[in-house]
Design a protein around this ligand. Sequence first.
Ligand code: KG4
Ligand code: ZN
Length: 333
Amino acid sequence: MKILAIETSCDETAASIVENGLKVLSNVIASQIDIHQETGGVVPEVAAREHVLQMVPVLDKALREADCQWEELDAVAVTEGPGLVSSLLIGRVTAQMIAEVKGLPLILVNHISGHLYSNWLDHEEEVALPALILTVSGGHNELILMKEDHSLEHLGRTRDDAAGEAFDKVARMLGLGYPGGPEIARLAVDGDREAFDFPRVMLEKESLDFSFSGLKTAVLSEVKEYIATHGLKDESEFSESFKKDIAASFQEAVVETLAAKLMRALERYPQVREIHLAGGVSANLRLREKIEEIKRAEMKFRYPQSLKYCTDNAAMIGAAGYYSLKKDSGLLY
Ligand code: KG4
Ligand code: ZN
């Protein structure tokens, strides 16, 4: 079964053709990063206008790269939310129109469900459920249990900032570019993880929720203190070693907090067979390293096969759409 998938929840116009929920025949992404770098973040109206301009060329490329004709498609899947309303609308209207004109079923996919299925893409081995999935990006931060029938139990979510958002904001404090995660990760490689004792906010004893605003405030106060004690004009005068140490200590605090919550969840759900990382922050190598350390020997640890499946993409929407269609038609258990 071939599904055409469209994703426009934020600042990437993406289309993909996915076969049987696993095999990616094409995965086209038109990024707007250059445009949003100028403003240091995404301006919704600008993002929506770009989606309008990019949509047809991206669709065209997705079909061509997959060597797929319109007639070969079995369904159209599209992100229904959460995301920027004006951006979502462009993808939704496009998908709806294609589905109507071509007489195909339209599958509405939740963006976060999409991220959950990014670990199905191009993986050789079948996923063994139940799986504990930590999905971390700029907009969301959730801990989810996916059961044998693919139903989801939400175990925890962020109460304030998502981990990726914290990476982006700390990067801004250091005068780095957008998105901040990769920049912080790059600087952290040579930094001292123990240079600053940043908080690991664990919340209540039983809680699987996350909170990163306190950590962000702690970084801000170190940054302000550094500016004051060194009599600097602003962040452009920071030394490389200060930036590296802040990046390494901050990253360690985020990674340890995420890992500690995963540990809590594993103790509570011993039947879990796999641990998955998804979302933009799953590209973080230190986070992957930490999870390797905490997982039990018999468990499989998966993260997206390619960096392009970590960040927003349409292939994951195609995979989630496939399983949703299978479930609705009673083919899945
Ligand atoms: O999933 P995604 O592309 O978009 C959202 O739905 O938010 O995730 C983007 C987020 C950004 O906050 C970015 O800073 C973060 O993922 N990110 C990283 C890394 N690469 C991307 N964070 C930490 N380490 C990285 N290597
Ligand atoms: Zn996302």
